[in-house]
Design a binder for this molecule. Structure first.
Ligand code: CA
Length: 222
């Protein structure tokens, strides 16, 4: 699974202890000491999970968590010395996935992280397919365009998923029929054209699926 653990903790001794432990457990770690740096890292590299201290020198950890949630569904485990129930609820309300009170053992942190990752990354089928601002959730069979849900018929969804998985590759109508409709489908390749036309119309993004004359169709990352 690609992506590092982003560790956001301004207490250097604790940060280096936790980072060393996570690295020994096989996680790649990017360590930063402020909320602003954390948000910058999230903009520029893949992050699998965020370990976020509540008390940071610049932006409050709860606010950092809220800002992360406006742009990402990356799992967040919050660290805090304030271990009473109201803060716990505030952390969860800000979008944290779990919460661990200081002092904690690195062993306990790793156990919590693994539980959160298991929920966040259940299996490959649940992973997102992304093409521009079109996002497919394969497990839930949901599609959004610019965060707005779009209703697709089952074969439209399957066709879009197949083209998106193979983006940049020209795929013939015959192969699309075989892969999306199955070997025993008796209709002709015109079916593919009709479904592509429907997808372009429903998504409102006609440029995402290109017609390659004499060859087939290709999904393109804009
Ligand atoms: Ca701190």
């Amino acid at each position: 699974m690609a992506g590092s653990v982003l560790l956001v903790e301004d207490e250097e001794n604790l940060a280096s202890l936790v980072a060393a432990y996570l690295e020994r457990e096989g996680y790649g770690v990017v360590s930063v000491g402020s909320g602003a740096e954390a948000l910058q890292v999230l903009e520029r590299e893949p992050v699998r999970l965020v370990v976020l201290d509540l008390a940071l020198p610049d932006i409050d950890g709860l606010e950092v968590c809220r800002q992360i949630r406006t742009r990402s569904s990356v799992p967040v485990v919050m660290l805090t010395a304030r271990d009473d129930p109201p803060d716990r609820l505030a952390g969860l309300a800000a979008g944290a996935d779990d919460y661990i009170g200081k002092p904690f053992s690195p062993l306990e942190l790793v156990a919590r992280m693994k539980a959160v990752l298991r929920r966040a990354e259940p299996d490959v089928d649940e992973q997102l397919l992304v093409l521009g601002d079109v996002v497919l959730r394969r497990g839930a069979r949901e599609v959004t365009v610019a965060d707005e849900p779009v209703e697709l018929r089952p074969k439209e969804f399957d066709l879009l998923a197949y083209l998106t998985q193979n983006r940049g590759i020209v795929i013939s109508r015959e192969l699309l029929l075989e892969r999306v409709w199955g070997f025993d489908y008796s209709g002709g390749t015109r079916t593919v054209d009709v479904h592509v036309a429907q997808l372009r119309r429903k998504l409102g993004r006609p440029g995402l699926i290109r017609t390659i004359r004499g060859a087939g169709y290709k999904a393109v990352q804009p």
